[in-house]
Design a protein around this ligand. Structure first.
Ligand code: GLY
Length: 516
């Protein structure tokens, strides 16, 4: 798209539709997401919210069983788990407002890849093999993604998605109406009606993406633009940066015990506030101004013991074991005019609810699990939900997605973001700290060992590769340090002295950095 003379927005929308064909576990038409866009011509930076919404018939206690306890099967794997999708409305709106190419052109690569097929990668093969037991409940999912007979495609075999190609062509012809009013809408509603789902035609017709003011903060002379609610990402990214600004992290060194200790204590405070305050601002009041103010950061900073870990339970109560999915996806694009796009979107779990709408090739999300099923009880990411994120009709469920643009003197310096559920915010934070405090180039900033704490469970997660001495020093400070699998998968672009540098995270297969 860029080589053809399109701008970053054209490329972002094209990639968004294309990943629905080539990365079906996260790229999507049946999910939702967030995009932060910098427009070079006006100097504006805007946030596009195309997050899923609760259906009109959703109720606060819809995921509780007879005993009043949350039923994760219902909120994750049933037709009730599906939020009203936002991706098609979001992508088409952004293209129409800020792009230069036709919708037909943007959809062309996706249509060709769905119709003619593409070679199955190791990553696709493995994820489909893993998902098979979950997909098995849905014949249309098996028919779409597996060989006749139900076996996963082997690496190098061709995956053709004729139904998806037809849906994409309908969207190319009729625009978003095909999805929200036309035959795709009818197929979604029929699937819901036949299986106890809640989404109706009225839900689909009413869905609109929203252009929001991004969360804006500053950090050591850089400006940070990130996603506002219904994502918690931007608020807590800026909140953590504000607290960390008063510590000499660069001097202490990257991933030294002292640096990690302060980062972790900061993370706990931010995730405790996430529980207490965050939700969809169209429905609840979120004290954003205070949460991202430098004054509040100073108050929180004073709570940090410089030498000892503060137990999470003395910050606020909670805690549960959790299932994890990394299957959101992020991409970053800058064009030569200085337009920039950071886009993170998702179906929530890998392949979402695993429900494919028959005849459409479209997988549906299971984003309703990101709501608080019951205050104080954790969701799939172990994130404890508060009242602000309780279920209401047409409300958007709280997210952690953190598409972010860091600017220097009004120009994009770093475009970044990540998948990783609850770990998205801390992954994005570390990419920024690595670049600014530790002066790393974008490849080093991407590859460096990551850590994470989310208040509950009270454990400091570290990736393999953290120095054993550091591990021991942190344990002595009172942290429960646990070695866990790789976290996040950033796709970032850095712009220095007129040169663009990109880096794709080596933690996941199939990523690509491309420049020309
Ligand atoms: N579904 C994960 C998130 O939005 O944070």
């Amino acid at each position: 798209m860029l080589q053809e003379g399109g701008n970053a927005i054209d490329a972002a929308v094209t990639v968004g539709f294309t990943l629905a064909a080539t990365l079906p576990r996260a790229g999507n038409l049946g999910g939702g997401g967030f995009m932060v866009v910098h427009l070079a011509a006006t100097g504006e930076t805007i946030a596009i919210d195309y997050r899923e919404k609760a259906p009109l018939a959703a109720t606060r206690d819809m995921f509780l069983d007879e005993k009043g306890e949350p039923d994760p099967e219902k909120s994750r794997f049933s037709h009730l788990a599906v939020g009203v999708p936002g991706t098609v409305a979001g992508m088409t709106m952004v293209l129409e407002k800020y792009g230069t190419i036709s919708l037909e052109r943007a959809l062309q690569p996706a249509i060709a890849l769905a119709e003619n097929g593409f070679p199955v990668t190791q990553d696709l093969h493995r994820s489909l093999k893993f998902a098979k037991p979950y997909m098995a409940a849905h014949p249309a999912s098996i028919a779409t993604y597996y060989k006749p007979g139900g076996e996963p495609y082997q690496v190098g075999e061709t995956l053709v998605q004729k139904d998806l190609a037809r849906s994409l062509k309908l969207i190319a012809k009729e625009g978003k109406a095909a999805f929200y009013q036309g035959s795709i809408a009818e197929a979604i509603v029929a699937e819901m009606e036949a299986n106890g789902g809640l989404i109706t035609k009225a839900d689909l017709v009413a869905y609109e993406p929203v252009i929001r003011q991004p969360i804006r903060g500053t950090y050591r002379g850089y400006e940070i633009y990130s996603m506002p609610p219904p994502s918690s990402g931007g608020v807590h990214l800026v909140q953590m940066l504000n607290i960390l600004e008063s510590f000499p992290l660069g001097e202490w060194g990257h991933n030294s015990a002292q640096t990690i200790h302060i980062m972790v204590e900061t993370m706990k405070l931010a995730y405790a506030d996430r529980f207490k305050f965050l939700g969809d601002t169209d429905f609840v009041f979120v004290p954003i101004k205070r949460l991202i103010s430098k004054n509040y950061a100073q108050i929180l900073r004073d709570k940090i013991n410089l030498d000892r870990a503060t137990p999470s339970k003395s910050i606020l109560p909670g805690g549960k074991e959790f299932f994890e999915s990394n299957d959101t996806t992020h991409y970053s694009i800058i064009d030569s005019q200085g337009n920039a796009v950071a886009n993170t979107y998702t179906l929530n779990f890998s392949y979402g609810s695993q429900i494919t709408v028959p005849g459409t090739g479209i997988l549906l999300n299971n984003e309703m699990d990101d709501f608080t099923a019951k205050p104080g009880v954790a969701n799939a990411y172990g994130l404890i939900g508060g009242e602000s994120n309780s279920i209401e009709p047409e409300k958007r469920m709280l997210s952690s997605m953190t598409p972010t643009i860091v600017m220097k003197s009004g120009k994009p310096f770093l475009v970044t973001g990540s998948p990783g559920g609850s770990r998205i915010i801390t992954t994005t934070l570390q990419t920024i700290l690595n670049a600014i405090d530790h002066d790393m180039n974008i490849a080093a900033a991407t590859n460096a060992v990551r850590i994470h704490h989310q208040w509950f469970p009270d454990e400091l997660r570290v990736e393999r590769g953290l120095n054993r001495d550091t591990f021991n020093l942190l344990t002595r400070k009172g942290h429960k340090v646990v070695l866990k699998p790789a976290m996040g998968s950033t796709q970032s672009v850095m712009h220095i002295n007129g040169i663009f540098y990109g880096a794709s995270d080596p933690r996941k297969q199939g990523a690509l950095t491309l420049g020309y």
